[in-house]
Design a protein around this ligand. Structure first.
Ligand SMILES: Cc1cc2nc3c(=O)[nH]c(=O)nc-3n(C[C@H](O)[C@H](O)[C@H](O)COP(=O)(O)O)c2cc1C
Length: 331
């Protein structure tokens, strides 16, 4: 067995794949085309449910199964109002792995997932929460660093990995955030990670149905262009999201300033102000990914976007990472 296969072993046994690399679910991007291509490459594709309704999810799973006979998973958001129904669909379609994102799942949900026989993957931002999730029934964890695209936590993967990996030597932990090369992945594997999850690198591959404008924005961007949405005042919380800076990021700052002024002069109450801020980004990812409005939409991307320069196929991306990791480990 090669060094890489050996380091991947815990992850590949769990996922049922050749490589312990998950294609991180990306709402509006991770559809049946991209997910099946990732799974066919030997990695593990993950369908993004996002705000999809149960019938649409069922259809997307069916389409994915038509395009691959390899394992893939489904990513559900814990705050989805029909979470229970969606879980039933995943199990009913005989998908084996479920990733729960967007907040910590409660005990009742975890129990349901386990009762249905699904393998459960959860995100953890810290050792204590990871321990709790495993105790409650999660089968594997993902730690995702601040470098990642989309909704992010406050800590960089370099720090999270040092903090979290040593505490879970016997468990399955995948690392995510900023991984774009085989050498970087290999280092995390050597530190004890069971595999990695990659989003940004897969977002604009040939098999991705993202709009051409979205892809061009990716190829032109530098790592420093993938910035966080900034919260101006803690009374008006804004969830940190990493995306390529554009007109929408500037407008968001202006809106927050306006809300703050109106609140302080008494013409807007707290709730109405919070609602205005919350609503600003509604539908913004779809606007960019599907309609190609890369100025007013949200072009979510991780800092590794600076390393995405051209439209490669999934197989090319995967071959690059795997070949480089093998070479790096043989040094
Ligand atoms: C455009 C985009 C959309 C994303 N949507 C989701 C999502 O719906 N659910 C989720 O759990 N993570 C989502 N993520 C995070 C990815 O699944 C993955 O964890 C992350 O991209 C890994 O970091 P990287 O971008 O540095 O590779 C998204 C990321 C991007 C770039």
């Amino acid at each position: 067995m090669s060094k890489l296969a050996d380091l991947f072993k815990k992850g590949t046994d769990f996922l049922g794949t050749k490589y312990a690399v998950l294609g991180g679910a990306m709402t509006w991007i991770s559809d049946s085309d991209l997910v099946s291509a990732i799974s066919n490459s030997g990695c593990f594709g993950v369908l993004a449910c996002g705000a999809m309704l149960p019938k649409s999810l069922e259809n997307e799973i069916r389409l994915t199964k038509e395009k691959t006979n390899k394992p893939f998973g489904v990513n559900l958001m814990t705050m989805h109002p029909q979470l229970q129904d969606l879980i039933n669909i995943v199990a009913g379609c005989n998908v084996k792995h479920l990733v729960l994102a967007g907040g910590l799942p409660n005990k009742e949900i975890i129990e349901k997932v386990k009762l249905l026989g699904l393998k459960l993957v959860c995100f953890t931002p810290a050792v204590s929460i990871g321990q709790k999730l495993l105790k409650m029934g999660a089968d594997a964890l993902i730690i995702e660093g601040h470098e990642a695209g989309g909704h992010v936590g406050p800590t960089a993967l370099t720090v999270l990995a040092q903090e979290v990996l040593p505490a879970f030597k016997e468990d399955i932990v995948f690392v995510a955030g900023g991984i774009a090369t085989g050498s970087m992945m290999a280092n995390f594997l050597k530190m004890g990670a069971s595999g990695c999850q990659i989003g940004t690198l897969f977002a604009c591959v040939k098999e991705s149905n993202a709009h051409l404008n979205f892809k061009r924005t990716f190829f032109r961007a530098n790592s420093r262009d993938a910035v966080l949405s900034v919260q101006l005042d803690k009374r008006f919380p804004a969830i940190p999201v990493r995306a390529i800076k554009n007109k929408a990021s500037q407008d968001f700052m202006a809106l927050q300033k306006q809300v703050l002024t109106e609140f302080e002069t008494g013409s807007l109450d707290l709730k109405a102000g919070q609602l205005k801020i919350e609503r600003f980004w509604a539908g913004a990812l779809k606007q960019a990914v599907i309609y190609g409005d890369v100025e007013r939409g949200s072009v979510m991307a991780g800092q590794s976007v600076g390393l995405v320069k051209e439209e490669l196929s999934v197989n090319e991306v995967v071959n690059n990472i795997i070949t480089e990791a093998e070479q790096y480990l043989s040094l």
